[in-house]
Design a protein around this ligand. Structure first.
Ligand SMILES: [Zn+2]
Length: 324
């Protein structure tokens, strides 16, 4: 049996997993990133974490073939370098090389959103499809495009930024500096903003959302909206319906370009489950080019949650080594 390390480097924590060649997680752990330190120091800690996972699982070290690591920011996958990451405070950080020195096995680097999409495609809700797109609805809108079982990352691994496709020309400002981005309308942050606006607008004063947030607009979260929708609150219904209109527009753009076999939703808002899918899917009527009969697209909810990164990173390492 061959084993692979899957490492998910974030601004706060590093999640590590040891997976066998069938994609089963044998062991996992989490350590603080200590962001802001030089790449070499962080790599030394991650290598230590990896070695502990291998020792703890009782797996012979020479059966661990390679490691995959995913990172936020702009990534040069070819060089194994984090070109820039605000979260990590890094500029041109050769993380793969540093890890290879400590671990003594090949290390492959990918962008966190792309790698999570690969994990979901290989071992999660996308496992029955060759072409899938993961759309993560969290603080921002992230995700990745998997075509023919491989990550589609665009030129110099800098593309596939699906959250920064505009769906409204000259619309809401986005964190990236552009206006009208998908992210500015379909992230959890955007949903919360849309809910607060509706609560303060005429007719919003008697919304159940006020009660659910304890009268404090700062306490509104995505669940405030979906809970109120479930309870039949009219204002929340309007907010949710409009939010799903935006989500449908952005998703349909991706479908019309890439025509995947499946679109999967992850992130906090996806926890709404059927309340999301059942109301979203009918909205694609008339948006999907040529309709949804020929080259049918399925819609689903991501299954791996926080493990998507480690699973995808290990899958990336497996693909690169080709030992299977
Ligand atoms: Zn943007």
């Amino acid at each position: 049996m061959n084993y692979f390390l899957g490492l998910d480097l974030g601004g706060t924590t590093v999640k590590g997993g040891l997976l066998d060649q069938d994609g089963h997680i044998i062991a996992k752990s989490e350590i603080p990133t200590g962001a802001g330190r030089p790449c070499g120091q962080v790599a030394a800690d991650i290598a230590e974490q990896g070695k502990k996972l291998i020792d703890g699982a009782g797996v012979p070290a020479d059966c661990v073939r390679a490691a995959g690591i995913c990172s936020p920011g702009t990534i040069n996958t070819e060089k194994g370098e984090v070109v820039f990451s605000g979260n990590l405070g890094w500029h041109c950080a050769p993380i793969s090389g540093e890890l290879e020195k400590c671990l003594g096995i090949p290390v492959f680097l990918g962008n966190d959103a792309n790698v999570a999409a690969l994990g979901e495609a290989r071992y999660g809700s996308g496992r029955n499809y060759r072409d899938s797109i993961l759309i993560t609805l969290g603080t921002g809108v992230g995700g990745g495009i998997i075509m023919g079982g491989r990550i589609f990352e665009g030129g110099r691994s800098a593309g596939a930024e699906i959250g920064h496709m505009a769906i409204v020309c000259g619309g809401e400002p986005c964190t990236c500096g552009r206006r009208g981005c998908f992210e500015a309308y379909a992230s959890a942050t955007a949903l919360i903003g849309q809910a607060r606006a509706a609560m303060s607008a005429p007719g919003g004063a008697d919304s159940l959302m006020w009660k659910l947030c304890g009268g404090d607009p700062d306490a509104v979260c995505g669940k405030t909206v979906t809970d109120a929708v479930t309870a039949g609150d009219k204002t929340a219904e309007q907010v949710w319906d409009r939010y799903l209109d935006y989500l449908a527009e952005g998703t349909a753009n991706l479908i019309n370009i890439f025509r995947p076999e499946a679109v999967l939703y992850g992130g906090g808002v996806s926890k709404a489950g059927s309340l999301l899918l059942d109301r979203l899917v009918p909205k694609f009527e008339g948006l999907i080019f040529g309709g949804n009969d020929y080259a049918h697209v399925d819609f689903g909810i991501a299954a791996l949650g926080n493990d998507a990164g480690i699973c995808g990173a290990a899958a990336m390492a497996m693909d690169h080594t080709g030992v299977l």
